[in-house]
Design a protein around this ligand. Structure first.
Ligand code: SF4
Length: 213
């Protein structure tokens, strides 16, 4: 769960696991919204729910109450995963992006990342979760998963580089780990993957993850 501030008031951003929630989650969240008279609520671009405009003390209490319904951002894992409905729920879906997204949410590395790592998974080439502008982007085609690395959608935006195509679930997960491991070893402190890839280069990354390791 994230806490952010606009300098006067605070907000809580419960992680709803790729935007998925069940009635129990919703009931609890609604209960605390009413209990603490949360001034405003918003669905964020990261498929999370922002509860906005609280005082610091109220925010801390509210966070505690929502704890069991939210995803803590792990020290050794990715910041968040956006996933589309994929083959499970979308008529265009070729592969199960939700199942793959869940595995990526659970990914645990030996060391923390040097900066945020945001992931986008899409169940077809229409790329509704914008994988080309995520640190790790994955989308499905008839050949299998395509892995894109080093994208960024913020200031100084960057289209990620294609690392490999036609991958199975197991192959893409293994390759994501290898790319992130090289990023951990070689990136400058606080450097996002986009800046790292500008310096390191896709050919050098491919050499490390496809040939040597
Ligand atoms: S990326 Fe494809 S599968 Fe996913 S929601 Fe969009 S159209 Fe559907």
């Amino acid at each position: 769960m994230d806490s952010k501030t606009n300098k006067k008031t605070y907000s809580v951003v419960p992680g709803l696991n790729m935007g998925l929630f069940d009635p129990e989650d919703l009931e609890t969240i609604l209960k605390v919204i009413n209990k603490y008279d949360v001034p405003s609520t918003k669905i964020t671009s990261a498929q999370r729910l922002a509860l906005l405009g609280m005082e610091k003390e109220e925010m801390a209490k509210l966070q505690q109450e929502l704890k069991s319904h939210t995803r803590e951002i792990p020290i050794n894992g990715v910041t968040y995963v956006q996933s589309c409905p994929g083959s499970e729920w979308c008529k265009y879906g070729i592969r199960d992006s939700l199942a793959l997204g869940k595995k990526l949410e659970e990914l645990s590395m030996k060391k923390p990342f040097k900066a945020k790592v945001k992931v986008g998974v899409a169940g077809c080439r229409m790329c509704c979760t914008e994988p080309y502008v995520r640190d790790v982007g994955i989308f499905a085609s008839k050949k299998g998963w395509t892995l894109v690395f080093g994208g960024n959608g913020g200031n100084n935006a960057r289209i990620g580089d294609i690392v490999a195509e036609g991958l199975s679930d197991e192959e893409v997960l293994a390759l994501v780990k290898k790319c992130l491991s090289v990023y951990q070893k070689e990136a400058n402190p606080h450097s996002r993957t986009a800046r790292f890839m500008e310096r390191f280069g896709i050919e050098a990354l491919k050499k490390r993850v496809l040939e040597q390791e």
